[in-house]
Design a protein around this ligand. Sequence first.
Ligand code: ADP
Length: 447
Amino acid sequence: MFKKVLIANRGEIAVRIIRTCRELGIKTVAIYSTADRDSLHVFLADEAVCIGGPRPQESYLNIPSIISAAEITGADAIHPGYGFLSENPGFAEICTACGMKFIGPSPETMVLMGDKAKAREVAIKAGVPVVPGSGIIKNVQEALKVCEEIGYPVLVKAAHGGGGRGMRLITSSKEAKTLIVTAMAEAEAAFGSGEVYIEKYIKNPRHIEIQVVADQFGNVVTFGERECSLQRRHQKVLEEAPSPFVDEDLRNKLSDAAKKIAEFINYEGAGTVEFLVDKDKNFYFIEMNTRIQVEHPVTEFVTEKDLIAKQIMAAAGEKLNISDVKLKGHAIEFRITCEDYEKDFRPTPGKIEKLLIPGGFGVRVDTHIYEGYKVPQYYDSLLAKLIVWGETREEAIKRGERALSEFVIEGNLKTTIPFHLKLLKDENFIKGALDTKILENKILPKL
Ligand code: ADP
């Protein structure tokens, strides 16, 4: 097992990883920017190294500084968390070259799955259905031909896009040429690569994903699905496990498909295989995330497995001895951000003057905030994840309402706690009648 892990991240996920490392008897090194001196992960880690200025480029994306911090503290592994460098194959390669284990898949796998057009090819070769679409588009003429073949509406997607960005909807041939050119230029500007591909636009699908962890001996374990259809601008706002839409048969099919992909690429570590699912339960692979995800705790609640522990153990070369993953009850995660939902979710970073964190049976809060903490303006607006568990979905919803109403975060900032409380009262949510557009089209206009 590793002796000392450097956590190349901040916020709640850094805290989350430190906690598991402690339980595994592994020493931890936190890194932090000058804006994060008072952050909780800095206090909880055994050692902490300041690696640069507040802007991510100066610190959490600053590879030479991070590697130096690992070297001076004698860390033998690096956990990248999510975001920042977690899907950067160059970083993984440098870690390895410097004699530190990157806790994640090989750089080759990251390159392959980080290109979403290549990932589609992998899925096809592995015998998994994908959304009808193309490979990388060579020029506008080819793009127009593909659009006609697939039939409008289509989505032009950046091959290296992420975080719900780099997607353009084209509804007719009239606007196609302009939008394709725009999409390519936007992809180049945002992701440093103008490569795009085209997919049929699936109308109001569900987003359902399968958690996998694979060890170095070819064992791929699946941990059931997560329902992530509640999205705003293609970004998840609430996730649950299991999905209210998925029966045993569909779960088996999705899990088999995820396993096929992971096995096909000899995957190692924790990863998530994402699918769109239509009303007739047809499913289509869209992408694989080669890291731990924000929403992993809902899976931890229903499987009673510490996924970060499994991820670290797999990276350390241990065998995953998991024969059967059983799902128990229902879990819901609320992403609590410092945003003003009444003003188009405008970020409102500020100082937390009063904080009361909910607790009790079936309640978990993953957070880095505390009373007196000043939320820096430089990073994402996630303040806390509230995760609740119930024997049934109804019980989880009731527990969510109870915990959200106990949760107090006050100061010169707004949070999405009131938004989530209202969301839980929505009849479509209560019925579990979800799709990726329902929040924007039906729920938000009523709030
Ligand atoms: P990202 O990597 O930016 O998260 P994804 O490919 O995972 O991008 O897609 C994010 C979301 O965008 C999906 O959950 C879904 O809501 C929407 N989406 C992606 N592809 C399609 C598609 N072909 N048809 C309809 N919606 C899509």
